[in-house]
Ligand binder design. Structure first.
Ligand code: SAM
Length: 269
């Protein structure tokens, strides 16, 4: 995208520093990013050359997870928080391919997501995009658009895919997860993927994320598993992304990139 093409500032879009959503768009080979985002990714590539593959692993588990939730767990309502810019195989496309009546609310705090999401969703009345911040979970839950499509008396899949590592420890990610899961009934599910401190390269990447982007906590498998406390963790638990219910064979020895993020799904009893 051209920095000069629109009055981005009037849309709340800051093109002077990298944004999480736009940097992720870079590693997904998207077009909705600026030079400042691409420059950030070039620095990450120096410590984790496989970072583009990591984004692909994350999108693949998102697809496998949403297919599981729709086809096997029978979920028809998705609250996808930190949804990112529209790309291919978005949550509503995966869910509605299995169940045409699935309802999806995308939530993101980056206004560029709303700007691009509206166009994609213009003709889909079972899907919407909301600009809100997960650090204010009560506001997310009270949002009128969220309430329009999500019935909190029926099971909900809460997706926190690739977002919790963008919360600092002192922002209370555990309390945020607990607030969201307290609001949904038995039979609801929590789906998390998260950067993991699984190698020296991961720790080096954490240092780069924190200094250049301002967020990016690479937590331990134990810390990531703790988000699911009080829920029934589904097999195979919290694992490197390619190991979560893979569609095909997975090599025995995982690379740094294949171990850079962990994820899992749990059911609320
Ligand atoms: N969930 C998508 C996926 O996994 O493919 C996108 C993940 S992207 C790495 C993380 C997204 O979380 C970005 O779009 C970013 O804007 C959003 N995000 C970060 N912090 C947030 C916050 N405090 N509230 C809402 N969204 C946030």
């Amino acid at each position: 995208m051209a920095e000069q093409q629109y009055d981005w500032a009037s849309m709340g879009i800051d093109v002077s520093k990298p944004s999480i959503a736009r940097a992720y768009d870079v590693v997904l080979n998207g077009k909705d990013n600026f030079e400042v985002d691409r420059a950030f990714v070039r620095e990450i590539v120096k410590v984790v050359p496989e970072i583009y593959d990591v984004a692909a692993y994350n999108r693949e588990i998102l697809g496998r997870g949403v297919r599981y939730l729709t086809a096997e767990a029978g979920i028809r309502q998705f609250l996808d928080i930190g949804s990112g810019l529209p790309t291919v195989e978005n949550t509503h496309q995966v869910a509605q391919a299995t169940a045409a009546d699935a309802q999806v609310v995308y939530v993101d705090n980056d206004p560029i997501v709303l700007a691009h999401g509206r166009a994609l969703l213009a003709e889909n009345d079972r899907t919407t995009v909301v600009t809100a911040d997960v650090r204010e979970p009560a506001k997310v839950l009270a949002n009128a658009e969220v309430r329009r499509l999500i019935d909190f008396d029926r099971p909900v899949a809460v997706l926190l895919v690739g977002i919790l590592h963008h919360l600092h420890d002192d922002e209370g990610p555990q309390e945020i997860v607990d607030t969201l899961m307290d609001a949904v009934p038995s039979g609801s599910h929590l789906f998390v993927t998260h950067f993991c401190a699984s190698s020296q390269e991961a720790r080096d990447a954490e240092a780069q994320y924190l200094s250049l982007l301002g967020t990016g906590r690479f937590r331990t498998p134990e810390e990531i598993t703790a988000y699911f406390a009080g829920l029934e963790l589904l097999e195979p638990g919290v694992v490197p992304l390619p190991l979560w219910r893979p569609d095909g064979d997975v090599p025995a020895d995982l690379t740094v990139g294949q171990r850079l993020m962990y994820g899992g799904i749990a059911r609320k009893p």
